[in-house]
Design a protein around this ligand. Structure first.
Ligand code: 13P
Length: 343
C-alpha cells in the first residue's frame, strides 16, 4: 500500500472548488433515469449520454475532481474510439469505479439490506486499477422505518463489509469511498436522522479501525442530517447545516481528509444550498474538506435537457456545467441563490 499516493488522491477528491460526479448508475438505475425522458437504455445511448458529460471540458477541469463509473462505462469507448477513461483523464479528472454489487435482503432482518460484492473483489480491484481507476465506491443502505429499523445488526454487518472493502481497496492502491447512506425516504424528523447517522458513523469508524484501514487514504460519502422526505416538519437550510456539522464532529476522526456528500433525492438547489451553508458557516471548526459526490443533483438538469437527442448536446452540457459550477462555489461557501437566477 502506497499511503502517500492514496492520500494525494483522497485530498484531490475535495480540492477547493471541486467535487465528484457520480455517474455509476447500475443498469437498472440508468434505465429508470432514461425511462423518465423516454429514451431507450441501449449501450450506445448510455455511452452517448455519459460521453457528453465527460466532454464538458471546462466543468470537468474546473469543478469535477473525479468521476465514479459503472463496470460497463470503465470499459467503454467514445463514438470516435477514445476510451471514456481517457476523456476523463485528459480533462484533468480522476476515474473511479463502483465495486459493490448492490444491496440485497439481510437474512433475519425483514425490511433491511446488506450490500454484497466482497467475493472476488481483490481480483476485480487489480483489474480496475489497470483500467485506470484510482478510487472506488461501496454503498451501504440504512433505512429508517419506525422504532425497530435500522437494527444494530444491520448497521454492524454493513459497517463490517464497508471496512473489508476499504482494506482491500487500499491493498490495491485504490482510495475507498465508504458510503453508509442513511436514506431520507420516510416520515422521520431530522433528529431521528441525526441519531441514526451518528450511530452508523461511529460503527463504521470502529470497523475501519479494527480492520486497519488508513483514514488518510479514505474518503467518506455520507448523507446529510436532514428531515425524512415525508416528514411534515422540514428542517431549513441552516438547521441541516448546523446538525450535519455537529453530528460529524461527534463521529468522524480528523485524520480523514475529505467528506463528499451524496444528494440522496434532495433537489438540485437544496443539495447546493446545504453544502454551501456548511462551508460558509462552519469551515473554521471542521478538520476535513467538505464537498459533493452527487448523482441526481448534478445530472437531473442535463439529462432532461438532452432528452436523447444529438441536437441537444450543447444545452445538456450547459446545464451540467452550471450545476457543477454552483456546487464548486458551494465547496468554498461562495454560492448564493442569486447566481442561480442570474443563470
Ligand atoms: P445521489 O447523489 O443521486 O444520491 O447519488 C450518489 C451516489 O453515488 C449514490 O451511491
Amino acid at each position: 500500500m502506497d499511503l502517500v499516493a492514496l492520500n494525494k488522491v483522497a485530498v484531490a477528491m475535495a480540492a477547493p472548488g471541486k467535487g465528484i460526479l457520480a455517474a455509476d448508475e447500475s443498469s437498472g438505475t440508468i434505465k429508470k433515469r432514461f425511462d423518465s425522458i423516454n429514451v431507450e437504455s441501449t449501450q450506445d445511448n448510455r455511452r452517448d449520454y455519459r460521453e457528453l458529460l465527460f466532454r464538458t471540458t471546462d466543468a470537468m477541469r474546473d469543478n469535477i475532481s473525479g468521476v465514479i463509473l459503472f463496470d460497463e462505462t470503465i470499459r467503454q469507448k467514445a463514438a470516435d474510439g477514445t476510451p471514456l477513461v481517457k476523456l476523463i483523464e485528459d480533462a484533468g479528472s480522476i476515474p473511479g469505479i463502483k465495486v459493490d454489487k448492490g444491496a440485497q435482503a439481510l437474512a433475519g432482518a425483514p425490511g433491511e439490506k446488506i450490500t454484497e460484492g466482497l467475493d472476488g473483489l481483490r481480483d476485480r480491484l487489480n483489474e480496475y486499477y489497470d483500467l485506470g481507476a484510482r478510487f472506488a465506491k461501496w454503498r451501504a443502505v440504512i433505512d429508517i422505518a419506525g422504532a425497530e429499523i435500522p437494527s444494530s445488526y444491520c448497521i454492524s454487518t454493513n459497517a463490517h463489509a464497508l471496512a473489508r472493502y476499504a482494506a482491500l481497496c487500499q491493498e490495491a492502491n485504490i482510495v475507498p469511498i465508504v458510503e453508509p447512506e442513511v436514506l431520507m425516504d420516510g416520515d422521520h424528523d431530522i433528529d431521528r436522522c441525526y441519531d441514526v447517522t451518528e450511530y452508523t458513523l461511529k460503527a463504521l469508524f470502529d470497523e475501519l479501525y479494527a480492520q486497519d484501514v488508513a483514514l488518510e487514504g479514505t474518503v467518506l460519502k455520507p448523507n446529510m442530517v436532514i428531515s425524512g422526505k415525508k416528514c411534515k416538519k422540514q428542517a431549513g437550510v441552516e438547521e441541516v447545516a448546523e446538525k450535519t456539522v455537529r453530528c460529524f464532529r461527534e463521529s468522524v476522526p480528523a485524520a480523514l481528509p475529505s467528506i463528499v456528500f451524496l444528494s440522496g433525492g434532495q433537489s438540485d438547489e437544496e443539495a447546493t444550498a446545504h453544502l454551501n451553508a456548511m462551508n460558509a458557516n462552519y469551515s473554521q471548526i471542521m478538520p476535513w474538506a467538505l464537498s459533493f459526490s452527487y448523482g441526481r443533483a448534478l445530472q437531473a438538469a442535463p439529462l432532461k435537457a438532452w432528452g436523447g437527442k444529438a441536437d441537444n448536446v450543447d444545452a445538456a452540457q450547459a446545464a451540467f456545467a452550471h450545476r457543477a459550477k454552483m456546487n464548486g462555489l458551494a465547496t468554498k461557501g461562495e454560492w448564493n441563490d442569486g447566481l442561480e437566477k442570474a443563470a
